[in-house]
Write a protein that binds this ligand. Structure first.
Ligand code: C5P
Length: 215
């Protein structure tokens, strides 16, 4: 298409959100956090006591949420506090919800619809450059050693303990990389950045340079 789409994928706590926000500001892009949608579905499943392993019921819940949200789409709904969506029960449930192919199909459609309405956007997730926008303008795959990612997240969210965060990061990476439906894998043409030894400014400056060259 004619739209500018910057795709930022990578494992949990790799710094996707902070770097995407910086790119959004520099290049005047609309920003979408695609993981939020999977988190909303997981949160609602927990609230309604629907077991996340029940594919049929979770798919039904997903359809219900999409219908309910109508114009204020599920992707950008402000009904949910970020802290609620980042709480431990949601972290535990979200990858199970995200491996359901029927759920992924629906979320994929929503994201494509959202992006179609923007001229220029940056989207973070796990499958943006591989499945959702294989023809994205620029693709990044951000990663870092699990210990580094866990430590950064602990500094960011004071309450969490290092062991718990590291456990969550490793468990979700494994689930996201091993699922059958659009697993987390770098797109062949993605610019891979291991941020383990880099500062936030260094990461953003590399990404900015790549966007200037290709955008
Ligand atoms: O990005 P975030 O950590 O909030 O994503 C939460 C979970 O949502 C991921 O661990 C993954 O299971 C799922 N997800 C996904 N595809 C995306 C974005 C997130 O499967 N594009």
């Amino acid at each position: 298409g004619v739209n500018t789409v910057v795709a930022v994928d990578g494992p949990a706590a790799a710094g996707k959100t902070t770097t995407c926000l910086a790119l959004a500001r520099s290049f005047d892009l609309h920003y979408l956090e695609s993981g939020r949608t999977y988190r909303i579905i997981a949160f609602e499943a927990i609230q309604r006591k629907i077991p996340v392993e029940n594919t049929r019921k979770i798919t039904g819940l997903c359809d219900e949420l999409i219908t309910e949200s109508r114009s204020a789409t599920l992707l950008t709904s402000d009904r949910y506090e970020p802290e609620t969506l980042r709480a431990t029960p949601v972290n535990v449930a979200v990858s199970t919800v995200a491996k359901i192919a029927e759920v992924r199909q629906r979320v994929t459609s929503l994201i494509r619809l959202w992006a179609g309405a923007q001229t220029r956007c940056v989207i973070e997730g796990r499958d943006i450059g591989t499945t959702i926008f294989p023809a994205a303008t620029v693709k990044f795959y951000l990663t870092a050693r699990p210990e580094v990612r866990a430590m950064r997240r602990v500094r960011q969210e004071r309450a969490a303990s290092y062991e718990n965060v590291l456990g969550d990061v490793i468990r979700r990476d494994e689930a996201d990389m091993s699922r059958a439906s659009s697993p987390l894998v770098p797109a062949e043409d993605a610019i891979r950045i291991d941020t383990s030894e880099l500062t936030f400014e260094q990461v953003v400056s590399r990404m900015t340079a790549a966007c200037r060259n290709r955008g």
